[in-house]
Design a protein around this ligand. Structure first.
Ligand code: MG
Length: 312
């Protein structure tokens, strides 16, 4: 683990670094507060920090206060190094955000032991952050396909709708449904059905752009959200997706299978709610199904130049 030392006194700095290196730590040395502050703002800054209190330019206490105002995702563990033994000073240091303090001249064994406490804290925090990230992923992703789940894609739609409302631009949603999916499950079994869903998720991933988002909202139903700059046509994305799905076979344990998608598209400028938008997309999906499937149908009128008129 890396430790950052901020200490202006050369003798003390050499002694600190020596003890730490002897105990297997990688040491980043800084010689004053401003150098330390600069290093700590880097994205890969060491998380374990030993700060001398009295330093030129910016003192340790001020560096400490600045660090605590950063609120990084992964917090620092900071040991304040001080020649002040007065309890009132110790309290000031801890109140400013230090996790621990060490009085100079320090004892090598005590330094090692206190840094070890910090290392354990940082490792525990990392494990906790890792667990939280995994839980957040599980809460927002469909376990089968890895796509956003229903809750996450609808949350995203709420946010996107609020954003286009503020910016007075448009948003299109496509309700996508695999044609005759029940027939696939009945004929080849649910495992093959699952492979089809995963294969379709790969096609979605390949076709959508970074500003589009897609999620699985039900069994064989997917929602695709795309921002539509004013005056542009949102239909080509959906048409292309439809063609890609129909034109590519999906490899399954039952062999290579062809599927098709029906997509109902609705578009809103502003003022519409999520429910209204989804209802309009559902109506368009119903229309795509009733017109023969493997196609895109839109809710709304086409303008003469081919642009889908958004529903306001
Ligand atoms: Mg000093």
């Amino acid at each position: 683990m890396r430790v950052l030392i901020a200490e202006d006194d050369l003798t003390s700095r050499i002694a600190l670094a020596g003890v730490l290196r002897k105990n297997g730590y990688e040491v980043v040395e800084t010689v004053n507060g401003s150098e330390a502050w600069k290093a700590l703002q880097q994205p890969d800054a060491p998380r374990l920090v030993i700060l001398d209190w009295e330093m030129p330019e910016i003192d340790g206490l001020e560096v400490l206060r600045r660090i605590r105002s950063l609120h990084p995702d992964q917090p620092f563990y900071i040991i304040l190094l001080t020649s002040k033994e007065d309890k009132a000073d110790v309290i000031i240091g801890l109140d400013a955000g230090a996790n621990d303090y060490l009085v100079k001249p320090f004892n090598a064994g005590e330094l090692r032991a206190r840094v070890e406490v910090g290392r354990r804290m940082v490792e525990m925090q990392d494990a906790l952050i890792d667990t939280n990230n995994k839980l957040a992923y599980l809460a927002t992703h469909d376990p089968l396909t890895g796509m956003l789940n229903r809750r996450a894609i609808l949350d995203h739609l709420h946010k996107e709708l609020a954003r286009v409302g503020r910016q007075n631009t448009a948003l299109a949603v496509g309700m996508c449904d695999i044609d005759h999916f029940k027939h696939i499950n009945d004929t080849y079994g649910h495992q093959t059905g699952d492979e089809i869903l995963c294969g379709l998720a790969q096609i979605f991933k390949a076709e959508i752009r970074e500003y589009d988002s897609a999620g699985r909202i039900g069994g064989e139903e997917f929602l695709l959200i795309t921002p539509v700059p004013t005056g542009t046509d949102c239909m080509p994305l959906f048409e292309r997706l439809c063609q890609q799905v129909a034109g590519n076979q999906i490899v399954t344990k039952s062999g290579e299978l062809s599927i098709s998608l029906s997509i109902g598209v609705a578009c809103t400028v502003s003022g519409g709610t999520v429910d209204e938008l989804l209802e309009a997309a559902d109506k368009a999906l119903y229309q795509a199904k009733s017109e023969g499937r493997n196609r895109v149908a839109q809710h709304g009128e086409f303008l003469p130049e081919g642009v889908l008129q958004c529903v306001s």
